[in-house]
Design a protein. Structure first.
Lengths: 113, 111
């Protein structure tokens, strides 16, 4: 158990809908990262927050947004969903803001029908 | 552009064999390289390498970084079926403080 909690574990929805994925980082970790992993694809970095502020942005679509709250949990909002958004979405956390050891949650598997 | 290439993409061996997984990278202002193991779900941390030539070991797994060759290897000796997983390499640099993730090597250990 990495200490990173993600909900929901599974989510099935229809095209055009909007969903919110939630992540609680390890106790004491200030950085939260969101990654997308499609079938047979590598981890694609979406966005990073550090202590409530956006730290870095990767290949995140405009239909996607995220935020980190004062209690350090984070939410990833995916809107106007398309079939291609079906993927495993990982949240990871770390103590520092720089690239280093990340602790991953179990992921939220999103299926868009 | 930063990039990382892992080889082989997949590997099938028998229990007891020794395997070597490769990771080559081009990262601006390199800082560190991490190895992760991904089984069914979340990647789990194996090693973080920052210094060239210093081997890190954990049981049957070991890894070393070669900054001159811009590469790293992950060795697994006396493989077991539980070693079956995707092994991910992720170098990081100063350009954006993010890890650059390789596509992974899918390792299958046959009994």
């Amino acid at each position: 158990d990495s200490g990173v909690t993600q909900t929901p574990k599974h989510l099935i929805t229809a095209t055009g809908q909007r969903v919110t994925l939630r992540c609680s980082p390890r106790s004491g970790d200030l950085s939260v990262y969101w990654y997308q992993q499609s079938l047979d694809q590598g981890l694609q970095f979406l966005i990073q927050y550090y202590n409530g502020e956006e730290r870095a942005k990767g290949n995140i679509l405009e239909r996607f947004s995220a935020q980190q709250f004062p209690d350090l949990h984070s939410e990833l909002n995916l809107s106007s969903l398309e079939l291609g958004d079906s993927a495993l979405y990982f949240c990871a956390s770390s103590v520092v803001s720089e690239a280093g050891e990340l602790f991953f949650g179990e992921g939220s598997r999103l299926t868009v029908l | 552009e930063d990039k990382v290439v892992q080889s082989p993409l997949s590997l099938v061996v028998h229990e007891g064999d020794t395997v070597t997984l490769n990771c080559s990278y081009e990262v601006t202002n390199f800082r560190s390289l991490l190895w992760y193991k991904q089984e069914k779900k979340a990647p789990t941390f194996l090693f973080m390498l920052t210094s060239s030539g210093i081997e890190k070991k954990s049981g049957r797994l070991s890894s070393i970084l070669d900054k001159k060759e811009l590469s790293s290897i992950l060795n697994i000796t006396a493989t077991q079926t539980g070693d079956s997983a995707i092994y991910l390499c992720a170098p990081g640099g100063d350009s954006n403080y993010q890890l650059i993730w390789g596509a992974g090597t899918k390792l299958i250990i046959k009994p």
